[in-house]
Design a protein around this ligand. Structure first.
Ligand code: APR
Length: 276
């Protein structure tokens, strides 16, 4: 058809060809903008939908307000320049109340601890079982300077830069979780590694330091071991853990096999804490 048009008298032909070219160019720009817009919106929408759906499982939470407070921490910012304090409004909005005798901390025991708390939900709670951590568990997100969008791909990884969007979130949330600790506190540490209390871990560098001796009565370490256990309760790093605790907080440690923990969590008859 274009070839026909282009056989018209010289002046008209050139004008039509120019108009057709401009229209085709505009159409192309519109298609690209729509495709990009849809994919960017899909990112924000998917993360927000997941966040809100998970949040709604916690009765009494104002999930839209919590999302708004969360989003302001990183939207429009360089994803490597999000300080932990940027999430303070999220922590305030989530309003996690102190929980006595039920809080479960962990380090390098992710699978075993979550399998346990899922089955013994009435006994212990990890941060990932609360509104603070469950809404974003396993997800990645970030913002970009000059943009109001949320991105879920091409975000910096955990070790790419210190103040990345995701790492600062977990650091802040872990601090809030430790602040809520009260009464007898439990921590599942890994007895199959040489340093179960690693100074670089979130548990050592943030959580233990925040246990308040006026509220926390004791720390009960459950050292999870397999047959190949390389560590027991006399481990040097656990001595460092005791030194980190504020005076007045009692310390206990028990070696428990992973098989025993699994057996115990599958038995609903066994009371909280009687697994070790
Ligand atoms: N990449 C991504 N995430 C990481 C990385 C990493 N390289 N390192 C740590 N994390 C985050 C993940 O969310 C991971 O599941 O920290 C979590 C646990 O890391 P560990 O080294 O096993 O333990 P620790 O650093 O002590 O963190 C666990 O922090 O989240 C709180 O209350 C929680 O007590 C728990 C402690």
């Amino acid at each position: 058809m274009e070839r026909e048009t282009c056989r018209l008298p010289e002046k008209r032909r050139r004008r039509r060809c120019i108009i057709l070219g401009v229209v085709a160019g505009l159409l192309l720009i519109i298609v690209v903008a729509v495709v990009l817009g849809v994919s960017l919106r899909a990112n924000t929408d998917t993360l927000k939908e997941t966040f809100i759906a998970r949040c709604k499982e916690f009765k009494g939470s104002d999930c839209e307000k919590i999302w708004g407070a969360f989003e302001q921490a990183y939207v429009g910012r360089d994803p490597c320049k999000v300080p932990t304090e940027a999430y303070d409004p999220f922590i305030a909005a989530a309003d996690f109340k102190p929980a006595c005798n039920r809080l479960m901390f962990w380090s390098k025991t992710k699978d075993v601890v979550h399998d346990f708390t899922e089955k013994k939900r009435d006994c212990f709670l990890t941060v990932e079982d609360t509104v603070l951590g469950s809404v974003l568990n396993g997800l990645t997100w970030c913002g970009k300077e000059g943009s109001t969008k949320t991105f879920t791909t091409d975000c910096p990884g955990w070790r790419d830069c210190e103040n990345n969007t995701v790492r600062s979130f977990w650091n802040r949330v872990s601090a809030a979780f430790a602040d809520a600790a009260c009464g007898d506190v439990t921590a599942m540490l890994n007895g199959d590694i040489a340093t179960p209390f690693n100074p670089n871990s979130i548990f050592a560098s943030i959580e233990v330091k925040r246990f308040d001796s006026s509220r926390v009565k004791s720390l009960n370490v459950v050292l999870v071991t397999e047959k190949s256990a390389v560590t027991n309760c006399t481990n040097a790093s656990l001595k460092d853990l005791q030194k980190e605790l504020k005076p007045g907080i009692q310390y206990y440690c028990k070696e428990v096999t992973e098989a025993h923990i699994q057996e115990c969590s599958s038995n609903p008859e066994i009371a909280c804490g009687a697994c070790w």
